[in-house]
Design a protein around this ligand. Structure first.
Ligand code: PEP
Ligand code: MN
Length: 359
């Protein structure tokens, strides 16, 4: 698959003067709930109403979706509000039903994108459709697997494609439910600048208080739109309660977002904003890594303490220094810079170890 300006046609056809917005509950629960939320979102910047009909739950016992009857509710919501309808599909049977009920936007969920057999089954079932099909990133941080999902659909003659960035699973507990790993989406965007890219701050954060900040970060990185879980009674939602916002809260988020005009802005301004946002992401990664490195230094300090060994081991330090200067040169980094940088890292590491050994 190659980048192609026509990848954006479906999005441009909306003729929006703001980012593309998909909103609605994690799951369709009752007819009343679906209609209530859809009506509250009707006169807003929302173009597509989302609701999960089949829910892939990590462990059995959770709400696994209302099933086919929910598609009837979506059809009714579309007739009453004019909003387009979107849902997740994971099997050939889901795809057939979604097409039968004329669902406008289908997305492949994160657990499904991780499974090429399942994605191929979806591609074969949807072959040639003019529906919009969006591919969520796989649960594991693998850009090729994500792109592979898009390629399978593309090869099946599906033209209206896009990707949703919903973050990645980690074993470590972080402030995110799924860590964004922005650099993976940025890499995809650099390869396919015309493939619409949508942020899913709900599943990245797992926390309604962080939705605005993550969406803003994405817009600063030139994302094309967002998918935000929106529920009339979030706390009592049947799935993903902590991350859902009310329709009013969503409207406030849309107001608070700083949206750069697509046209009118000088080319320079656009390029700089994008590059600076890239730098911000990389700086955050640097800090994260340095923090991790210091944690390892702390552990080393602990082992040295237990074995009564001196903090400074000159031979080891010279070895690191030489290796880093050589590696740095390959990346165009001067010896002077690398030496200063690693001296400073080493100093901090020694201070950490001192504290442990003497503290
Ligand atoms: C969802 O959008 O409700 C969902 C299940 O998302 P994901 O596939 O990203 O976990
Ligand atoms: Mn959800």
């Amino acid at each position: 698959m190659e980048n192609n300006k026509e990848m954006r046609n479906w999005l441009d056809a909306f003729k929006l003067n703001h980012p593309f917005v998909i909103a609605g509950p994690c799951s369709a629960e009752t007819e009343e709930q679906v209609l209530k939320i859809a009506h509250e979102l009707k006169d807003s910047d929302v173009s597509v109403f989302r609701a999960g009909i089949w829910k892939p739950r990590t462990r059995p016992g959770g709400f696994e979706g209302i099933g086919e009857i929910g598609l009837k509710w979506l059809k009714k919501a579309k007739e009453e509000t004019g909003l387009l309808m979107g849902t997740e599909v994971a099997t050939a049977a889901h795809c057939k039903l979604a097409l039968e009920y004329d669902i406008d936007v289908l997305w492949v969920g994160a657990r499904t994108t991780a499974n090429p057999f399942a994605v191929q089954e979806i591609a074969d079932t949807l072959a040639g459709t003019d529906k919009i099909v969006l591919v969520k990133n796989p649960v594991n941080p693998d850009m090729a697997l994500w792109l592979g999902g898009v390629e399978r659909l593309h090869m099946a003659g599906i033209k209206n494609l896009g990707v949703i960035h919903r973050g990645f699973s980690t074993y470590e507990k972080t402030k995110y439910r799924n860590i964004p790993e922005w650099q993976i989406a940025i890499e995809l965007q650099n390869k396919f600048p015309d493939l619409p890219l949508i942020i899913d701050p709900s599943h990245i954060t797992g926390n309604r208080n962080m939705i605005l900040e993550v969406t803003q970060e994405a817009l600063d990185l030139n994302y094309d739109g967002m998918i935000i879980e929106t529920h009339n009674d979030p706390d009592n939602a049947w799935s993903d309660a902590a991350q859902q916002v009310t329709p009013d809260a969503l409207k406030q988020i849309l107001k608070d977002l700083k949206i750069r005009k697509v046209s009118g802005d000088s080319d320079f301004e656009n390029k700089m904003t994008k590059l600076r946002a890239n730098i911000d992401v990389l700086d955050a990664n640097l800090l994260e890594l340095l923090g991790k490195r210091m944690k390892v230094a702390d552990e080393i300090g602990q082992v040295k303490k237990e074995n009564n060994v001196a903090v400074l081991q000159n031979s080891r330090w010279n070895e690191i220094q030489e290796k880093m200067v050589a590696e740095g040169a390959k990346k165009g980094l001067s010896e002077e810079f690398i030496t200063k940088l690693f001296k400073s890292i080493h100093q901090e590491s020694i201070e950490h170890q001192e504290k442990i050994i003497n503290g």
